[in-house]
Design a protein around this ligand. Structure first.
Ligand code: ASP
Length: 435
């Protein structure tokens, strides 16, 4: 298995799965028609189950992953708060930059509407092929009917375990994880440490399970894409192409407009020099699609190329690798709205505000590994009433988008470190920034 994987990288295999699924599904759809009984039989007894097994392997870790990642992320920021100004400033910049990223993403997707253009008949066929669609639609309707007070009260779960098994209970469950993380950051270290160590173990195990699932991804993606292509034909791929283009353009805007403004105004540096100094880090992020894997390169460059004080950059970059993911937040906003458009599920402004809040939170909770954002996207989808299985439509082309958003995640961390270093000026006492 390992030698085989070395010969051909997994993402290449996934891409081949995507291509084969698209071509085979598209050709069958064109030649036989989407409702041909033989095509239906193959779709329902092979393609769809294979795709569903793959997705279920990812979905099964959502709860433990979400809980451990959020609690640890928040507890880290809780520690950060104790570190005083540095933590507070880094946290503020994380929220502001992630907020701008998500707003950019939502604006772009509302403007371009890449998921429109699927005919009603196609859409109905697609909906019918996802059994959960009806149930989630009902959830959405129920949510729409709730008043403000009920929605707020509903965010604080009476019983987090029973909340977690409801389709619309993930948000309250996340609130529980947040409260748990804040409390964990505030108790005596000797009591907190074993809890953190345990959750770090849980987190590592969930990542390993995702790794297993990803080995199965080439065939899983084939099944998912074949299903979509054999139902929808070319219109699905036009929409998918528009979506991928939109993600890349919007990421580029955030990278080349928002960050340089922060670097110029807050860090008072020349943005071009800044980008030139960190280009090897950006390339590493692009190649690995993993913030965690890029952390050593980022730490080195912050020290050697940007000359940032080590105490600030160590702290901000390490926490940021898991807790600050602008590119991911932007991407999640676009993806959720795109899939909602694709399925013809209108999202009110209120629902979009929920997407925004959850995408910012998900940026904190997303693991800095390739494809780390998908479990979070599934959660947000369920919350707004789009079948979570819909992520299969985007997974096949994710690698290039993942590589690109990881560049923003890492550049965002360094931007924040540079800005915070400037705000702290020369007068910072090292003791204030080190744990
Ligand atoms: N690959 C991203 C990172 O490591 C996470 C994601 O968006 O999937 O930063």
């Amino acid at each position: 298995m390992t030698t085989e994987r070395r010969r051909m990288p997994l993402h290449t295999k996934i891409f081949i799965g995507l291509l084969l699924g698209a071509i085979a599904g598209g050709v069958c759809q064109a030649v036989m028609g989407p409702d041909d009984p033989r095509l239906k039989f193959f779709r329902e007894t092979f393609a769809q189950p294979v795709g569903t097994i793959f997705l279920n392997m990812i979905f099964m870790v959502v709860l433990p992953l979400l809980f451990s990642a959020l609690v640890l992320g928040v507890a880290e920021i809780g520690d950060a708060r104790k570190l005083g100004r540095v933590g507070a400033r880094a946290l503020l910049m994380t929220v502001i930059l992630s907020g701008i990223a998500v707003v950019l993403g939502l604006a772009a997707v509302n403007l371009v509407k890449p998921g429109d253009g699927i005919s009603t008949a196609d859409r109905e066929r697609l909906m019918a092929s996802y059994q959960t669609a009806d149930a989630t639609k009902k959830v959405e309707d129920a949510q729409k009917a709730k008043g403000v007070a009920d929605t707020l009260v509903g965010l604080i779960p009476k019983n987090p375990i029973s909340a977690a098994i409801e389709p619309d209970g993930i948000l309250p469950f996340m609130v529980f994880a947040l409260i748990f993380g804040i409390a964990l950051g505030g108790i005596a270290p000797e009591k907190a440490l074993p809890v953190k160590a345990f959750l770090e173990g849980v987190f590592a195990v969930t990542l390993r399970i995702i790794d297993f699932a990803m080995r199965f991804a080439p065939i899983g993606v084939f099944g998912l894409i074949f299903t979509t292509a054999s139902l929808l034909g070319v219109s699905a791929f036009v929409a998918l192409g528009k979506y991928a283009g939109l993600v890349l353009v919007t990421l580029a805007i955030h990278l080349f407009v928002t960050y340089p403004l922060a670097i110029r105004w807050i860090a008072k540096r020349n943005p071009i020099d800044f980008f030139r100094s960190i280009r090897s880090v950006m390339l590493t992020a692009f190649a690995t699609a993993s913030s965690n894997a890029t952390l050593p390169a980022a730490l080195k460059s912050a020290d050697e190329d940007l000359g940032l004080p080590r105490d600030i950059s160590n702290f901000v970059l390490t926490v940021g690798a898991t807790a600050n993911q602008n590119g991911t937040a932007l991407f999640e906003g676009i993806t959720v709205l795109f899939l909602a458009q694709f399925f013809g599920i209108p999202l009110s402004l209120g629902a979009q505000a929920i997407v925004m809040g959850m995408a910012i939170l998900a940026g904190i909770g997303t693991a800095g590994v390739p494809g780390g954002s998908w479990p979070m996207i599934a959660i947000i989808l369920i919350q707004v009433g789009v079948p979570a299985e819909a992520i299969g439509i985007c997974l096949g082309i994710d690698r290039i988008l993942d590589m690109s958003r990881t560049v923003l995640n890492v550049t965002g961390d360094i931007t924040i470190a540079t800005c915070v270093a400037q705000m702290e000026g020369e007068g910072m006492e090292p003791a204030a920034a080190m744990s």
